[in-house]
Ligand binder design. Structure first.
Ligand code: DGL
Length: 282
């Protein structure tokens, strides 16, 4: 007698969200508000942050380790909620690693979805991108924006000190004023008629009050959290094969490679409320 075994059904699992540290929480916050039913597993590589000033190969190695870790936790879908990791590691992971390590899983970044909508905002066809040195050097925003909107002129400014300002809670004081004004003047010196400025680093939305202070009137300052959340919603609508692999129940778990207590104490600022975290090693 032939015994037919039932095809094994994979258990549903959370969406993995990765960042070098705290910044991805500003993106997760918007994703959770747009797609509240899913479960999420957040991983911040705080022990090795910031990534923004690190070499291409280091950012790639660290990001790949994090993606593998989230796959081992069964996450079928991982969002790189970090511009630097999206700029420096995503393409290699998608094209080189994924087919070998987990061909049915997916890793998505946050640069392409942002680039796809930037043309809806600019009227002068001149946009400014503020990001880490890693993101700026990769020219990923220039490449992705030109794929969609070849007519848009893209001007970039690297603002490495802004990540330290945010991590240290220096959001609205003389120090923040000094470093923000300096970079905004450098950006607008490149093209005075920029009418859209993208905060292309997940930390920068926390400095937005100070950034707005030094932004010429009429210029839009865009944060990408909501843009990424809407794009993920659309992705899940179009990819039923992935959607059915995701668990629902509204659970959120937070992991850090750094100090769990310190991570928890900063979640109020980045995520809007304090949450508990667990320390893990990659
Ligand atoms: N989260 C990173 C980004 O969006 C910035 C922080 C870092 O340099 O690690 O680019």
């Amino acid at each position: 007698m032939l015994i037919m075994s039932k095809p094994s059904k994979k258990k549903r699992a959370p969406i993995g969200v990765f960042d070098s540290g705290y910044g991805g929480l500003t993106v997760l916050r918007e994703i959770v508000s747009t797609l509240p039913d899913y479960d999420y597993l957040y991983l911040g590589d705080n022990a090795r942050a910031p990534y923004g000033t690190r070499s291409f190969s280091t950012i790639y190695d660290y990001t790949l380790q994090a993606v593998k870790y989230l796959f081992e936790q069964n996450c079928p879908l991982v969002i790189l909620a970090c511009n630097t990791a999206s700029a420096r590691a995503l393409r290699n992971i998608q094209q080189k690693d994924l087919p070998n390590i987990a061909p049915d899983n997916r890793v998505l970044g946050i640069i392409r979805p942002t680039a796809e909508v930037i043309g809806d905002y600019t009227k002068t066809d001149k946009v400014g991108i503020l990001g880490t040195p890693g993101t700026v050097k990769s020219e990923s925003y220039i490449i992705e924006i030109h794929n969609q909107f070849p007519e848009i002129e893209v001007h970039q400014e690297a603002c490495p000190i802004w990540v330290s300002l945010v991590e240290n809670g220096e959001l609205k004081n003389a120090g923040a004023d000094y470093f923000v004004q300096d970079k905004m003047e450098d950006l607008f010196a490149k093209a005075a008629d920029i009418d859209t400025v993208l905060l292309g680093c997940t930390h920068y939305p926390l400095l937005s009050d100070t950034i707005e202070k030094y932004t010429p009137k009429g210029v839009s300052v865009l944060s990408q959290g909501k843009i990424v959340a809407d794009s993920l919603k659309d992705y899940l609508r179009r990819h039923e094969e992935m959607e059915i692999r995701l668990s629902k129940g509204g659970k959120r778990k937070f992991l850090t490679t750094g100090n769990a207590e310190e991570f928890s104490s900063k979640t109020k600022v980045f995520y809007g409320r304090k949450v508990k975290a667990k320390k893990v090693d990659l």
